[in-house]
Design a protein. Structure first.
Length: 494
């Protein structure tokens, strides 16, 4: 079992042990969260939208700007919560206050947020003072386990992208229930794992994206949708509505990734160290892959507080009041070069981008580029070539041409042309994607067979990627798969 699931029982004599465990978790969670979120706010501002929402945006149209999608997500959340002027709203894991300010400014609410990040608390409270909202927007540095608000303090509550960091959801949701008035509404927005992958995770067998996130955050509890729903109901909530917004998160992370790549010169080595910048690039590519490959799910779950013996409150009979039908075009539009670059990424992800491929110089086979290593020749020219040729659905995942170059004693160069279903020795100067690394490093990474190892090498510049990092991650998964037998891996490691 993984450490996250080896928790002491809450029954009988083990209660004291469980409380000690939670006290230790508060300390470790605080350290892990601050190591991630206490980076300079200028770094996050460089790739997030103008609302500084570090969570899934909502795209009423896939071509909407990130700014518009951020705004629409906030409005969707507010409409689901049926916010009214004067509502007192609690935000668990408030980030840089995107929803706190939106609810206060757009709906006239009084908002309170809790977070474990010192930088986020300082940013929210400083911004509230600058906008003259200190009486209606506040942030506190406190773990959700340690919240001590009086009962029935709030009318509504929300958590957006925080449940992934919380071990004991039932404890957190029960505290939330206690501070809500009457049949108050609570919206829980967060990521979950399919049950099959959750079972693997509980045996300490993380999928590739889970491994990336675990390394990156140092904290993360990937529950299943069933576990989140069960914790809500056991905490006294009744589920009213659920919406799967996974596709929206893939689009969101694609925009973040493109912003990071576009602004590398002004971020890397200036706002944050180069390896931290590359770590975030790898994280965003991992997220896009996870959302697109069905390994990670994002849901919004709307609940109301259940009170026995009290008539059910009247709620809207349909979901019409929740819908965001027209984009709210606000804020500063994205620069034209960012929009066009993002569109190129989206075309590649959708499997189109024909115009880009037509501009590519024709890749010509070159026997001098073949590997002299029989194991690598077998891997590229037999196993990988057969996989690309015989499986159209695999080619859909790596559209276009990918150039692969190994240096050192294992020096060779191949290109994978998914349009033609071929893997051939040679170089392609204008390939959509490229991978370049030392041959021995490649052999080791194939032997270990995990995307997270490739991205760790990318972070420390032992491997260089060009083009669409997401496509390259998919290629790595394919190569690791076709490497096949223990015999192949043993020979590569020799």
């Amino acid at each position: 079992m993984q450490a996250d699931d080896m928790t002491p029982s809450r029954d009988g004599a083990n209660v004291i042990g469980y409380e000690r465990f939670l006290a230790a978790k508060v300390a470790s969670d605080t350290e892990a969260i601050q190591s991630h979120y206490d980076l300079p706010v200028e770094f996050f501002a460089a790739f997030l939208g103008p609302r500084m929402a570090y969570s899934c945006a909502y795209f009423t149209d896939p071509d909407n700007s990130l700014a518009n999608a951020e705004e629409d997500k906030l409005r969707l959340t507010a409409q689901k919560l049926e916010l009214q002027p004067g509502d007192r709203v609690l935000d668990l894991g408030c980030g840089w206050g995107s929803f706190l300010f939106f609810a206060a400014e757009e709906y006239g609410c009084s908002t309170t947020g809790v977070t474990l990040s010192r930088e986020q608390v300082a940013h929210v409270n400083r911004t509230a003072a600058e906008r003259g909202l200190s009486d209606r927007v506040k942030a506190q540095l406190v773990h959700v386990y340690d919240m001590d608000f009086p009962k029935e303090t709030f009318d509504k509550a929300v958590t957006i992208g925080a449940i992934e960091h919380i071990e004991d959801l039932e404890r957190t949701f029960r505290k939330t229930n206690e501070v809500l008035r009457g049949e108050g509404l609570f919206l829980c927005h967060g990521m979950t794992k399919p049950w099959s992958q959750r079972l693997r995770q509980m045996s300490n067998d993380y999928d590739e994206v889970g491994e990336i996130v675990k390394r990156h955050f140092g904290v993360g509890h990937w529950k299943s949708f069933w576990e989140v729903s069960q914790a809500l109901e056991q905490s006294g909530f009744e589920i009213l509505d659920q919406e799967n917004i996974t596709q929206h998160y893939a689009l969101t992370c694609t925009r973040w990734l493109e912003n990071l790549r576009r602004r590398e010169a002004e971020i890397a080595g200036t706002i944050v160290p180069d390896d931290k910048y590359r770590e975030f690039v790898a994280l965003m590519a991992g997220y896009v892959t996870g959302f697109q490959m069905s390994g990670t799910i994002c849901n919004q779950i709307l609940c109301q507080r259940h009170v026995d013996g009290i008539p059910r409150p009247e709620r809207p009979l349909t979901r019409r009041h929740m819908l965001v039908s027209e984009p709210a075009y606000v804020g500063v539009p994205e620069p034209e070069e960012a929009v066009s670059a993002a569109e190129k990424v989206r075309r590649l992800l959708r499997g189109s981008g024909r115009g880009m491929r037509e501009e590519r110089r024709s890749a010509q086979p070159d026997e001098s580029c073949r590997s002299t290593n029989p194991v690598l020749r077998d891997l590229f020219e037999t196993r990988l070539a057969a996989a690309v040729k015989d499986h159209p659905q695999l080619r859909e995942q790596i559209r276009g041409v990918i150039a692969l170059e190994l240096t050192g004693e294992e020096g060779c160069a191949y290109f994978i042309d998914s349009d033609k279903g071929s893997v051939l020795p040679g170089r392609c100067e204008n390939a959509e994607c490229g991978v370049r690394m030392e041959g021995a490093e490649f052999a080791r990474l194939v032997q270990e067979g995990r995307v997270s190892d490739w991205l760790e090498a990318f972070k420390h510049r032992r491997i260089e990627f060009s083009g669409n990092l997401i496509t390259i991650m998919r290629l790595q998964s394919i190569i690791a798969s076709v490497a096949g037998s223990e015999e192949t891996r043993r020979r590569l490691s020799a």
